[in-house]
Ligand binder design. Structure first.
Ligand SMILES: C[S@@+](CC[C@H](N)C(=O)[O-])C[C@H]1O[C@@H](n2cnc3c(N)ncnc32)[C@H](O)[C@@H]1O
Length: 201
């Protein structure tokens, strides 16, 4: 399968994100993260989340998409090429953000990612996942066709999306992340088109 054109072109990716999330829900991030925090984002894309943080936060990220990394670095965003499954690429930080990445992974890979992120976060992991994709979850013919289209449109050239989750499956998964990694507390909020999840140490 060919990589979706959005993953070859950071400007197109940015435009599509604005269309999918026209209400600027990510403004919510400032409140969740706070001021003067160190923030690390595995699978950071071109680092678009940086602009949603307070200016006095330190943002770093890694991604495997060369075009995205080059684009972000040109904008003076502190990101570099690196695989999020290799711990040597991580920087210990107050907050680790996993944005728009869980649905690209198998359940097993998602759990591995959260377990690695748990080691490197001092305060909490924030997971941001689209909620509208649950329309592609389910076993009837119609849902399966939507799932195929979504998986093609969102193929990042690295991970084939094989399963889309129902909202209740997401809730169960977030609870498993919390229990398996011994987080003290978690919160889950649905705002417009996103889940905002905090796994707090
Ligand atoms: C949907 S994009 C999200 C990007 C960014 N978090 C955002 O919200 O704009 C998913 C990103 O995950 C990256 N990715 C997938 N597998 C990866 C891996 N093993 N290591 C690092 N990045 C990865 C892809 O290159 C892609 O940029």
């Amino acid at each position: 399968m060919k990589k979706s054109p959005t993953y070859n072109n950071p400007k197109l990716y940015s435009f599509v994100m604005t269309i999918l999330h026209p209400f600027g829900e990510l403004k919510n991030l400032k409140k969740l993260i706070g001021k003067k925090k160190t923030v690390f984002e595995p699978a950071c894309g071109f680092g678009r989340l940086k602009k949603f943080l307070y200016k006095n936060c330190t943002y770093r990220g890694i991604d495997l998409n060369q075009e995205f990394i080059k684009f972000g670095q040109h904008k003076n965003i502190n990101i570099k090429l690196g695989n999020m499954f290799e711990q040597k690429n991580y920087v210990s930080s107050d907050i680790i953000i996993l944005c728009d990445i869980i649905h690209h992974l198998s359940i097993k890979q998602g759990k591995e990612l959260v377990s690695i992120a748990t080691k490197f976060t001092k305060e909490k992991i924030i997971i941001i996942e689209p909620t509208f994709t649950s329309i592609a979850a389910g076993n009837n013919w119609f849902k399966k066709q939507i799932a195929k289209v979504f998986s093609r449109l969102d193929y990042d050239g690295i991970n084939h999306i094989t399963k889309w989750l129902l909202k209740k499956e997401y809730y169960n998964l977030f609870e498993e992340y919390k229990i398996e990694n011994k987080f003290k507390k978690s919160t889950i909020k649905e705002k417009s088109n996103y889940f905002f999840v905090e796994l707090i140490k």
